[in-house]
Write a protein that binds this ligand. Structure first.
Ligand code: PBG
Length: 326
């Protein structure tokens, strides 16, 4: 008989045996930015997540920094009437996200700013790229994504995070950044991004649902494995610093194999809106007794699978929990 229960006998023993440890500096907190002043509005599809105006997000960031949470992923949310076919507001100079980055960097130079690079929240059709003959056109989208990244880099973004799933998006961004002397701006590529049903609450939050069709011609089919590895390999070849698997909770196997294939690369995993809301909803309905323990378990599982960095709407709650347990 193997006596393995000895490793579980007390809290001290369990702590000593633990192999996977969450740390606040491994988390990125997504933030949704809207125009206006003094806006902090809870998003109806995402309990505990808010729309912030650029002035109010400063308070949120200050609060997070108190808990040691210093990495933020910004999403812009604009009014329908400002959207057009080409998603122009995404890459106009001094746009909403550029203004927000500049403000954050002015007040909190140590905050690490990541920005989502995708057109879906800025196009009137809600697709991530330009439409040409009813097809989401890859190559004509690339310069616009690169321009969007340059706008953010100029404003002071530390990382740009292309999520449009256009082939060649990392290379297009890297080239434009480098030729404009932003070679120190890094890329966190949404490499293995699957076409998932769990983005629903986010699309309400970002008002970025496609007005027709779906994203299956560019985001990955969830029945595939090797394409995820190929996507990561292509992004690395094109010059990305960090790679990502998304979603996370339902794709632990992909996190594990991408990590094993690219051991020396920083791997992020995105615990997405639907995965977040499943825990929230189960807790609200009384099916899960302790929300904090439930999200700690899920986030630990994502880390255990091989993620170095976790993007989560629970990041702030997790940071609070980690500080309390110190
Ligand atoms: C933009 C983007 C999406 C998410 C992150 N960036 C939506 C999508 O691809 O439809 C989803 C994040 C989440 O669900 O939390 N393309």
């Amino acid at each position: 008989m193997k006596r393995l229960r000895q490793f579980r006998i007390t809290q001290e023993v369990r702590d000593k045996a633990a192999e996977v440890m969450l740390k606040t500096d491994q988390f990125i907190y997504p933030l949704f930015i809207v125009e206006g002043l003094d806006v902090k509005r809870e998003i109806s599809s995402m309990k505990g997540v808010f729309h912030f105006s650029p002035d109010r997000v400063l308070h949120e960031i200050e609060d997070c920094l108190r808990y040691g949470l210093n990495k933020f992923l910004l999403f812009g949310v604009i009014e329908e009437k400002l959207k057009d076919e080409k998603g122009s507001a995404a890459y106009q100079p001094d746009n909403l996200i550029a203004k927000t980055i500049a403000q954050i960097k002015l007040h909190f130079p140590n905050a690490v700013i990541f920005t989502d690079i995708c057109l879906c929240a800025y196009t009137n059709h809600g697709h991530c790229g330009l439409i040409n003959n009813s097809i989401i056109d890859n190559d004509s989208t690339l310069p616009l994504l690169a321009q969007m990244a340059l706008t953010h880099a100029r404003a002071g973004a530390d990382f740009v995070a292309p999520s449009a799933m256009m082939d060649g998006q990392v290379a297009a961004i890297r080239n434009l950044l480098d030729s404009n002397h932003y070679s120190s701006t890094k890329i966190m590529a949404y490499s293995a991004k699957y076409c998932s049903n769990f983005y629903g609450p986010f699309r309400d939050a970002a008002q970025s649902s496609p007005s027709f069709g779906n994203r299956k011609t560019y985001q990955m089919d969830y029945r595939t494995i090797s394409q995820g590895i190929q996507e990561a390999a292509a992004d690395i070849e094109e010059g990305t610093e960090w790679i990502m698997v998304k979603p996370a909770h339902t794709y632990l196997d992909m996190i594990h194999s991408v990590k094993n294939n690219f051991k020396d690369k920083t791997l992020a995993a995105y615990h997405v809106s639907g995965e977040y809301m499943m825990i929230k909803a189960a807790f609200a309905a009384g099916y899960i007794a302790d929300e904090q323990q439930a999200f700690t378990e899920v986030l630990t599982a994502i880390k255990r699978a091989g993620a170095d960095i976790i993007i989560s709407y629970y990041a702030k709650e997790m940071a609070k929990t980690l500080m309390k347990n110190q």
